[in-house]
Design a protein around this ligand. Structure first.
Ligand SMILES: [Zn+2]
Length: 77
């Protein structure tokens, strides 16, 4: 799960805030584990790694945010 996919999902408002049901509008990059692995020994487990991000709702006064590496769970539909 690359950062590009997260960016795209947020840009297209495909991620849903579980608190207010609005589209998640922001994220903070937390750790990009893919880069670390590529710099290492070329580990074949790269497919199971990815970005940990903090998802941030950003709607109105909703304070929901979640640090996760399973951001796909918030995909709408
Ligand atoms: Zn929200």
């Amino acid at each position: 799960m690359s950062l590009d996919k997260i960016k795209k999902a947020i840009a297209e408002q495909q991620l849903r805030c579980p608190s207010c049901q609005g589209a998640i509008l922001k994220y903070d990059k937390y750790i990009d584990t893919v880069d670390n692995i590529w710099d290492g020994a070329g580990d074949s487990k790269i497919e199971f790694s990815g970005c940990k991000v903090t998802l941030i709702c950003g709607n109105g006064d909703c304070q929901w945010r979640e640090r996760t590496d399973y951001w796909q769970e918030y995909l709408a539909g």
